[in-house]
Design a binder for this molecule. Structure first.
Ligand code: NAI
Length: 334
């Protein structure tokens, strides 16, 4: 319990569902605190030009697409912000060195129901394979023709999992339940993964053997564009590629070429490299300027969701609780 002076906290990029969860959690927490947390919710993102709005707040709470670069951090420092709390796991959007130089601590939510993202990964795989999104529309229109809906049986197929941390392991558990042969690549392998029944192989072997490849590694300088023209060339013809991790893992120009040549047979994305300009907002009345994204949406074998892998009631609740713990108790500092 924190008995220090009251904390003023500002949330950037807040959506109504988040405001509701955090308000409920704060109401409950404040009853137990001698000095309540005062929260302000901004809908706009944090960038160098919106950082001025942090004046008077000790803590800034941000999400996946807020741009916490060195310029932003300088403004936060001038405004005496002491802590940036990420309400997500990935922190590729924060300049950690610049934060340390500015004396601003950074926290994140390293784990919240990894099964949540794993289950969405399987939703993409199963939908792309069995085409339930197309069947839904056909049946509603009275069209019961099965032409074009044929899938493949997952049982005993080779599936490659790149990154075997918390989410990767949850995906592996589910895939093993389907009876798949799971091949994994991770620079830091876990003995528990092999005990579960999956097998670590080189990245090249994974790429060349897997009929489905799913990405669960963080975005960093080593993993940026890990899926590129070279790695795609090593894949099986008609491979299914799934990315619920971070958009920057994939070179999307190479992906478009791979789809056009039919090397890539299915693509499921929950993340996109330039998603900050699109995701989490309604652009249905706008002319979308990102031609690569628009091209991707024209392929019949591409399924894109707008970064909703984390989006369950349970996960949002856990994210909220851990973020408030991080603010109050200084936990999960990076
Ligand atoms: P984690 O830190 O538990 O596991 C990541 C694993 O990737 C580690 O075992 C690490 O050794 C491995 N790795 C690092 N570099 C690699 C490389 N170059 N190639 C292969 N493996 C590599 O992370 P967790 O919790 O499993 O999350 C994974 C990613 O999922 C996060 O970094 C985040 O970007 C993404 N994510 C997406 C969400 C969504 O809503 N779509 C929600 C939460 C996380």
């Amino acid at each position: 319990m924190n008995h220090s002076a009251s904390r003023k906290v500002v949330f950037y990029s807040t959506r109504p569902y988040e405001k509701q969860v955090f308000t409920e959690l704060l109401d409950a927490r404040n009853k137990t605190l001698s000095s309540p947390i005062e929260a302000t919710f901004y809908e706009h993102p944090l960038t160098a030009s919106t950082a001025s709005g942090s004046k008077g707040f000790s803590d800034v709470v941000v999400f996946v697409n807020d741009d916490v670069n060195a310029h932003t951090l300088n403004v936060l420092k001038e405004n005496d912000v002491r802590h940036v709390a990420l309400r997500c796991a990935g922190y590729n959007n924060v300049d950690i060195n610049a934060a340390a130089k500015a004396g601003i601590s950074v926290s994140r939510v390293p784990a919240y129901s990894p099964e949540t993202v794993a289950e969405h990964t399987l939703a993409l795989i199963l939908t792309l394979n069995r085409k339930t999104h197309k069947a839904y529309n056909r049946v509603r229109e009275g069209n019961f023709n099965l032409q074009g809906l044929m899938g493949f049986t997952l049982h005993q197929k080779y599936v490659g999992v790149i990154g075997t941390g918390k989410i990767g392991k949850a995906v592996i558990r589910i895939l093993l339940g389907f009876g798949c042969n799971v091949l994994c690549f991770d620079p830091e392998p876990f003995p528990s993964v092999e005990r579960m029944g999956a097998k670590y192989v080189s990245l090249d072997e994974l790429l060349s053997k897997s009929i489905i490849i799913t990405l669960h590694c963080p975005l960093n300088e080593n993993s940026h564009h890990i899926i590129n023209a070279n790695s795609i060339a090593k894949m099986r013809d008609g491979v299914m590629l799934i990315n619920t991790s971070r958009g920057g893992l994939i070179d999307d120009n190479a992906i478009v070429k791979g789809l056009k040549s039919k090397k890539i047979g299915y693509l499921g994305l929950d993340v996109y490299e330039r998603e900050s300009e699109l995701f989490f907002s309604d652009h249905s009345q706008d002319i979308i300027q990102d031609d690569v994204f628009q091209r991707l949406t024209t392929f019949p074998n591409v399924l894109i969701t707008g970064h909703q892998g984390f989006f369950t009631h349970e996960a949002l609740h856990e994210i909220g609780e851990i973020t408030l713990d991080n603010i109050l108790n200084g936990g999960n500092r990076i």
